[in-house]
Design a protein around this ligand. Structure first.
Ligand code: FAD
Ligand code: UDP
Length: 401
């Protein structure tokens, strides 16, 4: 017998409504079955239902919508992110405009300090303040900082790895202080074994800008991510079932097309072997004090510290509370798949799965796990909107995003 399904009618006030048992005999027909209620699955459910009038069944094996962006109030009433800090930033007008239909925003620019040399807190990305503080310098202009970095940088003939990209920009010492240990912990391998795209996410600056991101749109959903997802999915054409795995419904439900946003290797029963994904353990703590640290995130690049960073949510959400909630991130090999691991052999393995995926009729693979791409939230939204446009075009329907 199938296990009980937690089911919510779209539009219900909470997606965590009590479970209902659905009679197994009831025939259930949908235009689309969507696996995964994160950004990829939820955006497609919303578009297919609201723009094309499709009847959609959206399932997730977790007990909530939102995927890794899920947030909730903890026992102390502090809004926190169960799967680590999620900061929204984008340069895409399309993505910002699309999501703005489902939430108001709170301006927030993320700032990060790195704890180095046994306790010194300096800005990361490395900027002029970082250099001046770390080395007792008095670099006054961008030009002076650029000349200083150039004097330390080591030329690398072809920049291929995550070591090359940093060493060629700032030299070995700064690389070792900020990147080597953090990356070894986060990925379980040396930066020289990872594609350059990983550490290239973190730029080097010669000015005093201490923001983590420079995107033109930097805002947090004013009432949280989960509320934004609930608004997005509040449509008569969408049925949501939580605590339900694809395997539980694939035979039971009639559907014309499938959208799969889980790990692509799992979909194909690991036919070519497992695609490596990196995982994390989160340690959430609520403290009986108003604040814990001066900024949203403090990074701990030293290898002697087992976690990579500590984040404090109230900085991001703007919530007022006499208590504060923080999260430590401990990297690990096993557990929920959080990060695809960008390196050439993994990309080659993914390409084999991608070829299979392209041959698989009536199934779309979308999102960070299904397309094995180290994507931020906005990139996943953009990818889902592009997938929707292709579907609509195939049906001969003109759409506006
Ligand atoms: P997911 O959110 O992973 O959703 C996939 C869903 O599918 C999951 O809920 C899963 O339970 C479900 N699923 C999988 N397989 C099955 C199955 N067989 N049956 C049923 N359900 C299934 N991005 C940013 O832009 N800014 C940030 O600050 C940021 N911080 C991050 C911090 C951490 C620690 C992590 C891990 C990621 C961060 N990201 C950030 C990236 C962001 O989480 C992703 O880009 C985004 O959430 C991916 O959405 P998705 O829908 O592709 O996948
Ligand atoms: N990184 C690092 N030191 C830092 C910050 C980042 O070495 O202080 C490297 C590390 O390899 C990390 C990558 O840069 O995995 C990307 O950092 P980002 O903050 O974008 O990681 P995410 O938020 O996606 O976990």
């Amino acid at each position: 017998a199938k296990r009980a399904k937690a089911s919510v009618a779209a539009g219900a006030t909470s997606v965590l409504a009590s479970p209902v048992i659905r009679p197994a005999s009831r025939s259930r027909t949908f235009d689309y079955l969507i696996v995964g209620a994160g950004f990829a699955g939820s955006v497609l459910a919303e578009r297919l239902s609201s723009q094309l009038g499709k009847k959609v069944l959206l399932v997730d094996r977790r007990s909530h919508v939102g995927g890794n962006a899920y947030d909730e109030k903890d026992a102390a009433g502090v809004l926190m992110h169960r799967y680590g800090p999620h900061i929204f930033h984008t340069n895409s007008d399309e993505v910002a405009g699309y999501l703005s239909q489902f939430t108001r925003w709170r301006p927030y620019e993320h700032r990060v300090l790195a704890c180095v040399k046994g306790g010194l807190h300096v800005p990361i990305p490395i900027n002029r303040t970082t250099l001046n503080t770390l080395y007792g310098l008095d670099l006054r202009t961008d030009e002076e900082a650029a000349a200083y970095l150039a004097s330390r940088a080591e030329p690398v003939e072809r920049v291929k790895t995550s070591e090359d990209v940093v060493v060629s920009a700032v030299g070995r010492e700064l690389y070792e202080t900020f990147f080597r240990g953090y990356t070894r912990k986060q990925w379980g391998m040396d930066p020289s074994e990872l594609d350059k795209s990983v550490t290239a996410r973190v730029p080097t600056r010669t000015n005093l800008d201490d923001r983590y991101f420079t995107d033109k749109f930097q805002n947090m959903p004013a009432d949280g991510y989960t509320r934004m997802f609930e608004n997005m999915l509040d449509q008569p054409g969408i049925t949501i079932e939580l605590g339900v795995d694809f395997e539980d419904v694939r035979e039971e439900v009639d559907y014309d097309r499938l959208i799969f946003t889980g790990p692509v290797d799992e979909y194909f029963d690991f036919r070519f072997g497992k695609l490596p994904y990196r995982s994390l353990s989160f340690r959430h703590e609520t403290l009986d004090q108003e604040w814990f640290q001066p900024v949203g995130t403090v990074n701990y690049p030293e290898e002697g510290t087992p976690y990579t960073r500590i984040s404090e949510y109230k900085h991001m959400t703007g919530q007022a509370s006499r208590k504060t909630t923080i999260t430590y991130e401990y990297p690990r090999a096993d557990g929920d798949p959080y990060y695809p691991v960008p390196r050439p052999e993994n990309q080659a393995l993914y390409k084999k799965y991608e070829a299979l995926a392209l041959e698989t009729q009536d199934v779309h693979f979308v999102g960070r796990l299904a397309t094995y791409r180290y994507y931020n939230m906005d990139q996943v939204v953009g990818q889902a909107l592009a997938t929707f446009r292709r579907i609509a075009e195939r049906e001969g329907r003109a759409v506006i995003a």
